[in-house]
Design a binder for this molecule. Structure first.
Ligand code: ACO
Ligand code: OAA
Length: 376
């Protein structure tokens, strides 16, 4: 019999040249470039180009690429109408999932039959351009505000902050979000990327694949954990409450959000970048208690369970310090990961094979006679 790996742990599902996740030493690279270098030397747009084209752009290529994405930010009127009429208390992740699915309705490039790689590469760029606008538009409309006109002179990070706030953000905020977007862009065969690849491997379309991925990212065991972290910190309230809270969770065998990882057995290499930003921002805000509480939680989890912080642990405090509402944290993760998801979908299509694993059947061994309905 074939070995059964619960939750597909340790199973290699496909090949990919996009990101290398080394769980033993805590190292992450995109197409051979260490994330530490990418964060130091590149913008998010350069990283998107890297994932989409397999190499870093030169200056002229980057300018063209930025122009291409910035020129594709307008949402179809039908999608804007949906965003305006959607319930004001909906989860922005549900809005994003539905909005991305709707974008497919308005895109004539979507066809049935064998997907065209070049057309899908174009759709990928449209999705990268439009997902931030979708999230920001819903956020404005739910407050009864208008969406500012989309602009072509701002980077992805600057434009998103401009749209949600209705005014341009400062340099520090833009740089911080840019780094966060780079760090969330791609991550091997994580659950949402796997969903996207499974969907498109049936020769479905890019919008369906990204819709699947958004639904998968939403859960608190995956991208939803960043919202869970800030809700946990708010529930604890202050540093004095941390030990009792964590002990209570461990006793009840409940999870602490933002801690632990299927692949990283050491610290997630994205966490130190976000930790550094969280320390700087909370100090500037005069609210260091959030980071002090986080440090104590991380320490207890290290000592008691040998578990380390993952990417969601400090990103929560970073976004909170930027004044971003909690329910936009996971959508921001999705916005960044759209660059990775779409690159992974294209990679899947270039060398496609249907995913169809087995299940270990645990039902009745013998065939049962169907009794008449009156006697059941
Ligand atoms: C971007 C991302 O998706 S990163 C992950 C974001 N998710 C979270 O932060 C949610 C909290 N973390 C978790 O639930 C887990 O660590 C996961 C789901 C991320 C990975 O876990 P898995 O590889 O499936 O490990 P699993 O859940 O089986 O846990 C193994 C052991 O560690 C414990 N454990 C793992 N994470 C945690 C945690 N956050 N809090 C408390 N205990 C934990 C489990 O209780 C279990 O302990 P036991 O062996 O004593 O029963
Ligand atoms: O790789 C994973 O399992 C989850 C993760 O950290 C990510 O998607 O960034």
């Amino acid at each position: 019999m074939t070995d059964y790996a619960r939750g597909l742990e340790g199973v290699i599902a496909n090949e990919s040249a996009l990101s290398k996740v080394d769980g033993a030493i805590g190292e992450l690279s995109y197409l051979g470039y260490h994330i530490d270098q990418l964060v130091e030397k590149c913008s998010y747009e350069e990283v998107v180009y890297l994932l989409q084209n397999g190499r870093l752009p030169n200056r002229a290529e980057l300018t063209d690429f930025e122009k291409r994405i910035r020129g594709d930010r307008e949402l179809p009127q039908g999608v804007l109408d949906f965003l305006k009429s959607a319930p004001k208390n909906a989860s922005p992740m549900d809005i994003l999932r539905t909005g991305v699915s709707m974008l497919g309705l308005y895109d004539k490039r979507v066809k049935t039959g064998a997907p065209d790689i070049q057309e899908n590469a174009e759709i990928a760029l449209s999705l990268i351009a439009k997902t931030p606008v979708l999230v920001a538009a819903y956020h404005r409309f739910r407050q009864g505000l208008e969406l500012p006109a989309v602009r072509e002179d701002l980077s992805e990070a600057a434009h998103f902050l401009y749209l949600i706030n209705g005014e341009e953000a400062g340099e520090v905020a833009v740089k911080t979000l840019d780094v966060a977007l780079i760090l969330h862009a791609d991550h091997g065969m994580n659950a949402s990327t796997f969903s996207a690849r499974v969907t498109v491997a049936t020769l479905s379309d890019m919008y369906s694949a990204i819709t699947s991925a958004i639904g998968t990212l939403k859960g608190p065991l995956h991208g939803g954990a960043n919202e869970g972290v800030i809700l946990m910190l708010q529930e604890i309230g202050d540093l004095d409450g941390v030990d009792e809270y964590v002990e209570g969770k461990l006793t009840r065998k409940e999870k602490i959000m933002g801690i632990g990882h299927r692949i990283y057995k050491v610290l997630d290499p994205r966490a130190p970048h976000l930790r550094k930003l969280a320390i700087q921002l909370t100090e500037e805000l005069g609210e260091p208690k959030w980071i002090k509480m986080s440090e104590r939680i991380a320490q207890i989890m290290r000592d008691r369970k040998g578990l380390e912080a993952n990417v969601d642990f400090y990103s929560a405090t970073v976004y909170y310090s930027l004044g971003i509402p909690t329910d936009l944290f996971t959508p921001i993760f999705a916005i960044a990961r759209t660059s990775g998801w779409t690159a992974q979908v294209l990679e899947q299509l270039r060398d496609n094979r249907l995913y169809r694993p087995l299940t270990l059947y645990t039902g009745p061994k013998e065939m049962l006679p169907v009794p008449p309905i009156e006697s059941r």
